[in-house]
Design a protein around this ligand. Structure first.
Ligand code: HEC
Length: 136
């Protein structure tokens, strides 16, 4: 008997909770990972994330941050920046081989992507160009 009595109470409760005016609450309790990239038309109060800036890659400063540690001083026999004798034998291998070493690394001591883990393949190539162009 008790169950039959509670059923209408339960149904009324559901109607209140499912009221469409609660859409704002539903939007607010979205999953934390729900993001909206800036510049796109997203409804709701999701967090806004700026799109990754393209074309702002500054080869010299990325070189300083990622490659200079080893290549300025010649750590572990890394070819030194702008050192003609260090680079001569490497340049004869051709740019494709050097790009490949930049992207995939070279055993034993040149790490893949020269530790610039968020550099794209094209950005690594630009860094290799920068290093080779600096050779007198
Ligand atoms: C942890 C040290 C280290 C860092 C950081 C590093 N390199 Fe190197 N790199 C080396 C060493 C050591 C070699 C020489 C490898 C060999 O000859 O075995 C080398 C060699 C190279 C070569 C010549 C490869 C070849 O085929 O002869 C290129 C090109 C190069 N690095 C590019 C880069 C770029 C671009 C970065 C930054 C994004 C970078 N490296 C960061 C250590 C480093």
């Amino acid at each position: 008997m008790k169950k039959i009595f509670l059923l209408p109470v339960f149904c009324i409760g559901m109607t209140v909770v499912a009221d469409p005016s609660d859409e704002a609450i539903i939007a607010r309790i979205q999953k934390v990972g729900t993001v909206c990239v800036q510049g796109t038309d997203c409804a709701g109060p999701q967090q806004t994330v700026a799109p990754v800036a393209t074309g702002s890659f500054d080869v010299a400063s990325v070189y300083d941050q990622s490659c200079a540690t080893c290549h300025n001083l010649g750590v572990a026999d890394a070819p030194k920046f702008a050192d003609a004798s260090d680079w001569a034998s490497r340049i004869t291998k051709g740019m494709d081989a050097l790009y490949n070493s930049g992207i995939n690394g070279m055993l034993p001591a040149m790490p893949a992507r020269g530790m610039c883990f968020n550099c794209s393949d094209d950005e690594i190539k630009a860094l290799v160009d920068y290093m080779v162009d600096a050779v007198p």
